[in-house]
Ligand binder design. Structure first.
Ligand code: MOS
Length: 726
């Protein structure tokens, strides 16, 4: 295979459609007779509804229906989660919305209003009066943190483990640190709020939804509404950002489908920004302990990482917060444990690089503090503890070039110009600090069914129901197919985001590009075999033309019931087999510079270098953008982002972008991105995934730079200036 497209900085194929406004998002599909919906949210953290007054809402001109638990038709309760049925992972909650008068969190939808216009729906929703019998609730994480118990894990994602006597080794260590860290709740804040358009035709259903997984959504809706999945089409060609926030099926989607069923009209609902906070879950907060012991030579003798994080009583996703402690450093003794408890809140969900993005804040800050204790440069400390095999379990790394990332990053950043003493570097009145931290994210593969068609005119079409959320996913697959078939990228069209296509993976876990590319390559190989060998100078399309065939097709996987079952079994077998043998991960090294005002403690980031090993880079431009975007999100985690949930009421009190701050251009320094050349030997085309690794380690790098500038170690996120003042 001569590669010309793979690796090139190809412009995104969907760019023109997006910049000219032709790309349609979930709330932009027109339908005859379209009605609009708005949610009514509960205003108690836990309770029973004792009465609902809907007359005022129903009297608003244009209102078609006010649906509450008093008049909603029954739906099936959500399916129980099972790893054998991946679709059940989408539920994320045990609540059977509008089929019960029970309230489980402040903000839970307790009604949906359908009207001729979105304005009428929203206005009427505000007129619905709900009374409650309040029940005791617990929403104060700090108050009940001590009641947490070990989280349930699975063999591939252990939630606890130990090697040697880490506590004893820590007590005996010549140099040690023992720090407590806290991280707050986060929300995803995609530009496109969650939105759904639902259209019923008898028992057939078409849904346009802002989702990261059209397949999970289809399976979930089939279960909820008791109709065949084959009669449901979920269409989601473009998603305006998601970051994990659109991987679960949230109540807004289910209730829009219900509203369309009840009114017999196509119904559209886009959540307000506040609605996104009330009716979709964000990331759990965490409290973490990292303790590290070392000899005077800088070799780690003990590493302990214990996390505690709350889920909700009605569901949630426990992040792999201590994942990195198992793979990063060659400590003689290691103990890690993830603990969880349940609160009366909305179920928590995954947020870009779940686990590693906040676990790395604790681990990589503690490593930096240990470097001060040892009088060692933090890059040198990491070099001395770089493991040859995964330190917890002795497994082989499929691929590990972390030391090269640090060496290359230090060079590009000019790290050797750093003076070790905190507060010793200045620029005028500004205190200057340089910080570094490691990035790490595991690599996985999911099943993908793909069909590729080559036409005699030299064009090709790739079909797979994967997802384009703004990262250039389809462009990457066009590049893969172009090289496999010997075509220009422009000759390849890629169809995605639709359950009428062969079933693809969800967009999550940095898995999509490798998972789909694996099947695209295999489908192209089948296709080429079916055509025969080209004569010298001939392309595969030429062979079709010469032999009088209009086109040829190659397919991988089947969406028959048996095909899907076989695909799932094959996926589980491969995942277990590979997981026993190798640790697969992308990694990287961050270097950053902060300036801190010595009087106001304002922190400004002034430059950033990130060097990554993500295996094979399919598209140099979109990969760099993904990694840069990850760093921007990490800057938000470091300095700005926090969802404030009032423990006295269980209510989120900053549900807007004016009070939940995300980085704007002025907060983001110039970011230099570099990817090591090369490929992972165990992954399709050598791809390790670039979606999440960029976020990991960013908050620690910023904290380490602040420590270097000021001498102050900040262990609580976000690192606001008031925390530097005290
Ligand atoms: Mo993600 S948090 O893998 O969408």
């Amino acid at each position: 295979m001569t590669s010309t497209a793979i690796g090139a900085p190809v412009n995104r194929l969907d760019g023109p459609a997006k910049t000219t406004g032709q790309a349609r998002y979930a709330a932009e599909f027109p339908y005859e007779g379209l009605a609009h919906a708005a949610l009514v949210h509960a205003a108690v953290a836990r309770g029973r509804i004792t009465g609902i007054e809907t007359a005022a809402a129903e009297a608003v001109p244009g209102v078609l229906a006010v649906i509450t638990h008093l008049n909603a038709p029954p739906m099936k309760p959500p399916p129980k989660r099972s790893i054998l049925n991946l679709e059940t992972l989408a539920g994320g909650t045990s609540v059977n919305y509008l089929n019960t008068g029970e309230v489980h969190w402040d903000g839970q939808p307790v009604g949906i209003v359908v009207a001729e216009t979105p304005e009428a729906a929203r206005h009427a929703a505000g007129l619905v009066r709900v009374s409650y019998e309040p029940l005791p609730f617990e929403a104060d994480f700090a108050a009940v943190e001590h009641t947490a118990a070990r989280a349930r894990g699975n063999p591939l994602m252990p939630t606890a483990g130990s090697k040697g006597d880490a506590d004893g080794a820590l007590a005996a260590a010549a140099v040690s640190v023992d720090l407590r860290f806290t991280t707050p709740r986060h929300h995803h804040n995609a530009i496109e709020p969650h939105a759904t358009t639902a259209v019923w035709d008898g028992d057939r259903l078409t849904v346009h939804d802002a989702t990261q997984n059209v397949w999970w959504l289809r399976g979930h809706l089939a279960h909820k509404f008791g109709v065949p999945a084959a009669g449901i089409r979920v269409i989601s060609p473009f998603v305006g950002g998601a970051f994990g926030g659109k991987s679960n099926v949230w109540p807004g989607t289910i209730l829009t489908v219900l509203a369309a069923r009840v009114t017999g009209r196509p119904v559209r609902m886009m959540l307000s920004r506040e609605g996104v906070y009330r009716a979709t879950g964000g990331r759990q907060p965490s409290a973490q302990r990292v303790a590290i012991g070392a000899g005077r030579d800088g070799r780690l003798t003990a590493l302990i990482h214990v996390s505690t994080a709350p889920l909700a009583k009605v569901g949630g996703w426990a992040e792999q917060i201590t994942s990195m402690a198992q793979h990063m450093y060659d400590a003689a003794a290691i103990r890690h444990e993830q603990r969880t408890l349940q609160l009366d809140t909305i179920s928590t969900s995954v947020w870009r690089a779940p686990g590693e993005s906040i676990g790395s804040f604790a681990l990589e800050s503690a490593m930096d503090e240990l470097a001060y204790g040892l009088g060692l440069d933090p890059v040198e400390l990491r070099r001395r503890n770089e493991p040859a095999r995964s330190p917890m379990d002795g497994k082989e790394f499929a691929h590990r070039r972390l030391s090269e990332c640090f060496a290359e990053g230090a060079e590009r950043f000019g790290w050797e110009g750093r003076s070790a003493e905190p507060g010793s570097m200045r620029d005028g009145r500004w205190l200057v600090g340089w910080g570094t931290a490691a990035a790490y994210h595991p690599a996985w593969l999911f099943p993908a069914n793909v069909t590729v068609r080559l036409n005699a005119d030299g064009t090709a079409a790739v079909r797979c129901g994967f997802h384009e959320m703004g990262m250039g996913a389809a462009t990457a697959q066009a590049q893969v197919a172009a090289d496999a078939l010997g075509l220009d990228v422009a000759a390849v069209t890629v169809s995605y985001g639709d359950t009428d296509l062969p079933s693809g993976p969800g967009a999550g876990g940095s898995t999509q590009t490798a998972s789909v590319a694996r099947s695209v390559v295999a489908a192209c190989e089948k296709l080429k075999k079916s055509i025969g060998t080209p004569r010298p100078g001939e392309s595969y399309a030429d062979v079709l033309a010469r032999t009088g065939r209009a086109h040829a097709e190659g397919s991988v996987g089947s969406d028959s019931a048996f095909g899907r079952f076989a695909g799932r079994v094959g996926f589980l077998a491969r995942t277990v087999r590979d997981g026993r043998r190798w640790v697969k991960a992308a990694c990287g090294a961050h270097f950053c510079e902060v300036r801190v005002d010595p009087e106001t403690f304002e922190v400004r980031l002034t430059r950033w270098t990130g060097v990554f090993d993500v295996g094979r880079v399919i598209n140099a431009k979109t990969t760099a953008s993904q990694l840069r975007g990850g760093i921007v999100m990490g800057i938000g985690i470091a300095l700005q982002e926090e969802t404030l949930l009032d423990p006295r009421t269980g209510r989120i009190v900053n549900p807007s972008l004016s009070e939940y701050h995300v980085p704007v251009h002025a907060d983001v320094p110039p970011i230099d991105i570099h990817c090591l050349a090369g490929a992972d030997p165990t992954m399709p085309l050598g791809i390790l995934g670039a979606g999440e690794v960029g976020v990991v380690g960013v908050a620690a790098a910023v904290g380490n730079a602040i420590r270097h500038a000021t001498g102050v170690r900040l262990c609580d996120l976000p690192m606001r200036l008031d925390r530097l003042l005290t």
